[in-house]
Design a protein around this ligand. Structure first.
Ligand code: ATR
Length: 291
């Protein structure tokens, strides 16, 4: 346990609700490992009180905040600066104290990037399949753009939604990186094995037996499957990837690294892979997960 004294810094989470968060386990473990006198606590923010909460946090010298549902977009108007990736994604989950207010970042997507990197999965120069066209899939497409993917095949049940995202990302890049396709058109994909990122909510517990595409012919084109879902720890998508000989990962490490990156931004430190492993262990204990 860290000793709390007059110099202890405070960080926290703002959202509604906040009681099921795993972030205190991540950040308080990090503070202990790094020897920082810092505590991380949840702050419930009532509807209509977001501006007050940000002003109050600033006045109280709160060093950093995470932002969760339902405020990830609403928070943007109360910030003094915005990181370019967060701006493109249109969602902020981390605030860092700056001159005159807070600067907003999105660490969810860099968290995904670092989680993949920790498994040896790269985006740079790769052909990548993204499943879905909601907020998560859109953010993944911008992450691919920021990390110089070669081509993104964006597959969605409603192809119009995929087309909208493709237009936005391609417009941002100035060239056609994203190609929108209908799910059932997967047989038009090039016949090579690719990284596939599952960014829909299909397969989320309790609907463990659901998957957006269950034909083996699709999974023959996948060498690595990354599911953003972490409940359950093995989704149907992951099972399908493995059944066709690919490697498959769940989204729990994305959760870990979004926290680690926020902690690094607040404290200007680098968390080592060894330390990340210890935090991951604590996070799983807090979640009651055995793996
Ligand atoms: P988020 O913003 O969290 O990413 P969302 O906006 O609810 O989530 O998007 C959910 C995604 O899951 C969408 O891509 C949706 O497909 P549609 O755009 O066609 O609605 C996809 N999805 C949900 N249920 C699905 C199902 N049964 N089969 C295929 N895709 C599904």
């Amino acid at each position: 346990m860290i000793k709390i004294d007059g110099k202890t810094a405070t960080c926290g989470l703002i959202g509604n609700p906040v009681e099921h968060t795993m972030s205190p386990a991540i950040h308080n473990t990090l503070a202990e490992l790094m020897g920082h006198s810092l505590v991380y606590v949840p702050f419930l923010v009532d509807h209509g009180k977001l501006a007050d909460a940000v002003r109050g946090a600033w006045a109280l010298h709160i060093k950093g905040l995470n932002v969760t549902v339902p405020y990830k977009t609403d928070i943007m108007e109360f910030l003094v600066d915005l990181d370019p990736l967060a701006k493109q994604i249109g969602a902020v989950n981390t605030l860092v104290k700056d001159e005159g207010g807070y600067k907003g970042y999105n660490t969810d997507m860099p968290g995904l990037y670092r989680a993949m990197a920790s498994e040896g999965i790269a985006m740079e120069g790769q052909n990548i399949i993204v499943l879905g066209a909601g907020g998560a899939a859109r953010a993944v497409c911008f992450l691919c753009a920021f990390h110089d993917a070669k081509k993104v095949y964006l597959l969605n049940r409603t192809v119009e939604k995929a087309k909208q995202i493709a237009e936005e990302v391609n417009g941002y890049l100035g060239w056609d990186m994203v190609e929108a396709m209908a799910l059932f058109d997967y047989n038009r994909l090039p016949e090579e094995k690719m990284l596939a990122i599952q960014a829909t909510s299909v397969g989320l517990s309790p609907n463990d037996d659901q998957v957006v595409i269950d034909e083996a012919a699709f999974y023959e084109r996948v060498h690595t499957g990354y599911d953003l879902i972490y409940r359950p720890l093995e989704t149907k998508f992951m099972k399908c990837v493995k059944a066709s000989g690919g490697k498959a990962f769940h989204g729990l490490k994305m959760l870990l690294y979004q926290g680690i990156i926020a902690y690094e931004l607040w404290n200007q430190v680098t968390v080592s892979e060894e330390q990340a492993k210890l935090v991951y262990k604590e996070m799983k204990v807090a979640m009651g997960i055995e793996e």
